[in-house]
Design a protein around this ligand. Structure first.
Ligand code: SF4
Ligand code: SF4
Length: 516
């Protein structure tokens, strides 16, 4: 039954009710057809996994949709030209990152204004495609999770022979304040969202596809339900979930819909669920039906620091400054520019950064919105953080271990289950920047794990070489012993004749070699 899951909802632990500020960017249509930027910056690492490998060189002319860097590692994603033009450089450029901007290898494309497409290969009836073909087309199109995780989507469409996927969840829950690009996408592109969800269900041979939206998204819900009814696929349904932060977290959403918790350190597929973002679903349908790779996305440009907050359809590689300009420019002084939402986003030092596949929101805040950094006080053990933690962790204990650099204890208290939602820091009366502590601690643990892995690898290599040396040594000793035994049992005259013969053969071989 398509509606078994979703008929009843569960409640995950903790979370916060936040003012959402979305209406400032949802009361008008998405801006399409922005001028093509003269220059597009295309980082080769816009996804989780191995960076894509450039397959063009400076001076090459490329067409819109052409692969410029191929994702040929197992966990990787290709990068395509968002417009036609000439590659002018492959070099380090400032690209968005958690540090606000870091230098990353990028393909620099000077556009020619013609916007000329490469020949495209789409297919109308996706049900004639085998699941493997769907995965291959998704991989070729460079599609990654557009909810922020940017994990290559074709991998999440692989079926594990040991685990059956019952339910594909399309995550349309956009719980962070201000961000509304998914809501607008569902309103404006409901057919691609629903069709993309059906394609993913088909690829995973799952029983059902549930599109989860927040209960305040009435218009998006109406449009999606209308499309589902028109298509008449009873394996697809739309479910409203309560608006509570961070309902859009994958684990929290799965718990709300199924009542089941994803095991700590595990994956949703272990409980028969695969979760994709609604924008990823739309990108999948674009790739399969029209042969369009991932070269653009919806971005929310909002906040009191922007004159006309809006959602815009932007080509990957477009400078953020151009999106701000399309939305009327800044209202005045903007002391803080955030990439993402106010809870989980990152402060940026400049708007001279390109849109990448992960870019969902640019938030410009004015002085009144920016609280002065409060002095960190000692933890008073009030347990407020425990009450709001949606991952059911003990944030204050994690904090103490993080502060004391007790990395193994932090690991055992589940630091890697922390989704960095910021609820704990939001309520902490001692103004402890808890998420910063967790991020630093995770990085420290990752580095130590990496060093351990390298040491383990070196140890194995050394052992392997040692075993091989011993094997060779033993073989040589055995061979010498064998010869000695043979000599002992032979007639001395025969042994001398054989030695002379071997010596002649050896000289003849050397002579031949010298002549060659
Ligand atoms: S940031 Fe981590 S520890 Fe804090 S509330 Fe969120 S999940 Fe829990
Ligand atoms: S909310 Fe802050 S002060 Fe209270 S227990 Fe948690 S870390 Fe300590």
């Amino acid at each position: 039954m398509a509606t078994e899951i979703g008929n009843r909802l569960w409640r995950f632990h903790g979370g916060l009710k936040l003012r959402n500020y979305k209406v400032m960017s949802t009361d008008h249509a998405v801006l399409h057809g922005l001028p093509i930027p003269e220059q597009l910056i295309l980082p080769i690492s816009q996804h989780m996994g191995i960076p894509a490998r450039p397959v063009v060189e400076p001076g090459d002319k490329v067409l819109k949709g052409q692969v410029v860097a191929i994702g040929d590692g197992f966990v990787s994603a290709s990068v395509h030209a968002p417009s036609s033009g000439t590659v002018t450089a492959i070099a380090k450029r400032l690209v968005p990152s958690a540090a606000g901007g870091t230098m990353g290898i990028s393909i620099v494309l000077e556009t020619d204004g013609e916007d000329k497409w490469i020949q495209r290969d789409g297919i109308r009836n996706f049900e004639t495609l085998a699941p493997d073909e769907i995965r291959a087309r998704v991989s070729n199109a460079g599609i990654v999770g557009l909810g922020g995780a940017v994990f290559p989507s074709h991998i999440k469409l692989m079926r594990d022979i040991h685990q059956t996927v019952e339910t594909v969840i399309l995550n349309g829950v956009e719980c962070e304040p201000y961000i509304s690009c998914d809501e607008m996408l569902m309103r404006e592109r409901a057919v691609p969202v629903v069709t993309g969800g059906r394609m993913m269900r088909h690829a995973l041979e799952a029983k059902r596809c549930i599109i989860a939206i927040e209960d305040h998204m009435e218009l998006a819900g109406r449009v999606l339900r209308g499309v589902v009814a028109e298509i008449g696929d009873d394996r697809v349904s739309v479910v409203d979930v309560p608006t509570i932060y961070p309902q859009g977290g994958e684990r929290q959403l799965i718990e709300t819909l199924t009542g089941q918790q994803v095991p700590s350190g595990g994956l949703p597929v272990q409980i028969g669920v695969v979760c994709h973002n609604v924008a990823t679903a739309a990108a999948v349908q674009d790739a399969i039906t029209d042969g369009i790779p991932l070269i653009s996305r919806y971005v929310t440009v909002t906040g009191p620091g922007v004159k006309n907050p809006s959602n815009v359809e932007a080509l990957i590689g477009t400078p953020l400054s151009q999106l701000i300009e399309a939305c009327g420019g800044y209202t005045g002084d903007v002391p803080m520019l955030i990439l993402g939402g106010p809870m989980m986003g990152y402060a940026m030092s400049t708007d001279d950064l390109p849109v990448i596949k992960a870019t969902n929101c640019v938030l410009a805040l004015v002085s009144e919105d920016v609280r002065e950094t409060q002095k960190e006080m000692p933890c008073i053990g009030c347990m407020e953080c425990v009450n709001v933690c949606p991952a059911d962790l003990l944030p204050q204990t994690l904090f103490l271990h993080a502060k004391e650099r007790q990395l193994e204890q932090a690991r055992s208290y589940g630091i890697f289950d922390c989704i960095e939602c910021g609820c704990c820091a939001y309520v902490c009366p001692s103004h402890i920047p808890l998420v910063d502590y967790y991020r630093v601690t995770k990085n420290r643990i990752w580095k130590i794990d990496e060093q351990r892995q390298k040491a383990e690898h070196a140890r194995r290599r050394h052992e392997f070489r040692e075993r091989r040396r011993q094997r060779q040594e033993t073989a040589r000793t055995d061979h010498l012993r064998e010869r000695e035994r043979a000599l002992d049992t032979k007639d001395p005259q025969d042994a001398i004749a054989e030695a002379v013969k071997r010596s002649r053969q050896h000289r003849a071989r050397r002579h031949r070699k010298d002549k060659d």
